[in-house]
Write a protein that binds this ligand. Structure first.
Ligand code: GLN
Length: 306
């Protein structure tokens, strides 16, 4: 049964209260120095419904670093132009950390899925065939969120660019197998900028509504066909939280995509997009309070896909 708008706003406030003891738990990502300076005791959560209504609690209007949540949007933009990317990246959960190198050597430079770093670098490289990938992503996010001021945080981008040896290694390793179309420095530059985009929970939830609407954008036009939208949600479910995807499906039961900025995007197909943010991460790079909040959300609403 559909909760009324007023109930949903109250529900989010209740969830914020329920998870308050967990806000600040975990560790803020510190391998990107600019992220290590974030105040860990923040929490925000927003729900955008398919009819356009928006609800939130806590710091839901405050911009933060989207990091790997950007991988959902670059994949969608690539798939809106055809599905040739699937010859370059797989669709299986990796069971390894998000920045792992080990599997690439066993599988000829083809990353397991588009949401680990290696796979996302391939997706960005594929998107760059049509011009600047980070620029295309920004244009899309500005249109969907209705916020023309959404941009790359230059401090986070510079900090990440200065600490990108792992992503550089992944890219050159894939290039050695012929799985990079563009020079590695240009792909890395676009990847770093896409990860460093700053958005609020409200912006992210609104921008992801096409996944709740089976491919239809906020202006009513179609970005993706039904199958492509279904497939992105499927890969989010199986791969979106890295080596914790099984636990996330078990606790939350929704397609989800986390980022080391502490954000998690989750989709309730046919109903809404949810974004939660709290910077304290667990050992696998997922927001501690964020996962708990989404666990509470699906428990209280009954809106999981299962
Ligand atoms: N920019 C980060 C990186 O490439 C993104 C990782 C993440 O959010 N899991 O390491």
């Amino acid at each position: 049964s559909k909760l009324r708008a007023v109930d949903l706003a109250a529900l989010l406030d209740r969830i914020a209260g329920d998870v308050a003891p967990e806000v600040g738990r975990g560790a803020v990502a510190d391998y990107i120095p600019a992220l290590a300076r974030i105040e860990p005791r923040t929490f925000g959560m927003a729900v955008a419904e398919v009819d356009g209504s928006l609800h939130g609690t806590g710091d839901w209007r405050r911009p933060f670093s989207v990091q790997s949540m950007s991988k959902v949007f670059t994949l969608a933009l690539v798939l809106s132009r055809g599905d040739s990317v699937w010859t370059r990246v797989g669709r299986e959960p990796s069971g390894d950390p998000f920045n792992s190198l080990v599997q690439l050597e066993h599988e000829d430079g083809i990353p397991r899925n588009p949401f680990i770093n290696a796979g996302a670098l391939v997706v960005t490289d594929e998107l760059a065939r049509h011009g600047d990938a980070a620029g295309a992503l920004l244009a899309f996010l500005r249109e969907e969120s209705g916020r023309p001021d959404i941009d790359v945080d230059p401090e986070v981008a510079a900090s990440e660019a200065g600490h990108a040896d792992r992503n550089r290694a992944l890219s050159y390793f894939m290039a050695s197998y012929g799985n990079m179309r563009h020079p590695v420095p240009s792909v890395l530059d676009q990847y770093v900028r896409q990860c460093s985009i700053a958005m609020s929970c409200a912006d992210v939830a609104r921008s992801a509504l096409f996944l709740a609407r089976h491919g239809i954008r906020n202006d009513g036009t179609r970005l993706l066909d039904l199958s492509a939208a279904k497939r992105i949600n499927a890969v989010m479910l199986t791969c979106g939280t890295y080596d914790a995807a099984g636990e996330f499906a078990y606790r939350v039961g929704l397609p989800g995509k986390s980022g080391v900025g502490g954000g998690i995007l989750a989709i309730v197909p046919g109903r809404c997009a949810v974004c939660v943010w709290s910077p304290g991460l667990d050992a696998r790079g997922n927001s501690v309070a964020g996962v708990s909040a989404l666990d509470r959300f699906t428990t209280l609403t009954g809106w999981s896909i299962f």
